[in-house]
Design a protein around this ligand. Sequence first.
Ligand code: DON
Length: 325
Amino acid sequence: LISRAFRHQFIIPDWAGFTKHIEDFYWKCKTNTEGKVASYIPQLARMNPEYWGVSVCTIDGQRFSIGDTSIPFTLQSCSKPLTYAIALDRLSPEVVHQYVGQEPSGRNFNELVLDHNKKPHNPMINAGAILICSLLKTLVKPEMGLAEKFDFTMNYFKRLAGEENLGFNNAVFLSEREAADRNYALGFYMREYNCYPDKTNLREIMDYYFQCCAMEANCETMAVIAATLANGGICPITEEKVLKPDSVRDVLSLMHSCGMYDYSGQFAFKVGIPAKSGVSGSLLLVIPNVMGICTWSPPLDPLGNSCRGVQFCEELVNEFNFHRY
Ligand code: DON
């Protein structure tokens, strides 16, 4: 970092100027009071709607944060691109996509629906993510029990995050499991259609899925994860090669087309950057070869995306030329 600074080779040369813009967007979005905090479990319902944080990490490790960026939240659906990435890396896209599609579902994230091949539409919705958990559980190191597989997964998440703060929220895990009628219905529905690889223990798969949703991190850490994806799978903080570039390309392609629930098409049109949101109000934004951004604000719009987060993305591409096209 220091030698680059002396050579003036930063990916964002005018860092102070850039972060000033980020601050401006932050304050502008802060006044947005639209949306409702997720209420399907008490731990999320209790979240303060005022929380608002933005963290940026460039592929050369420059970092900036403003607002509530050190308060942990659960990853929820932001874990979906990560588990998908691990599955691609360990199993190859050919194997993974025998079981899950690449098409936006055009439906809600937890809808009881499979595509015309009787596969879940994509790995970014609940059905697809549950399926990915079954692949990780049964096809990747099948000798591992659930406890070992939890450690294996968390280790991956930590390496993506440059070994920064990453935890697990047991209360959220237990609540998710209690309030999971729809997810269980999806799980059984997929078993009825033989969607899983052989020998799948559904109870274990569902627990594993809820555990991934209940992993916990703050904006600063999630921005590093987004930056690792922006950097082709090499963590900008540790310089460790965590994922293959091909796996990352596939993850970003599906974040682009399917990452923002049933708003993905409009988001791809207006913002044009791969992103993934989760019900705790987090939003991962990946600007390939430039930077990762995480925004966090619990109030959600009717489709389930963070209101301030979506507004922030729109402000960002209005000012900077980050739209892919
Ligand atoms: O399984 C669920 O419904 C929640 N734990 C996660 C939902 C979420 O963030 C939505 N995802 N696409």
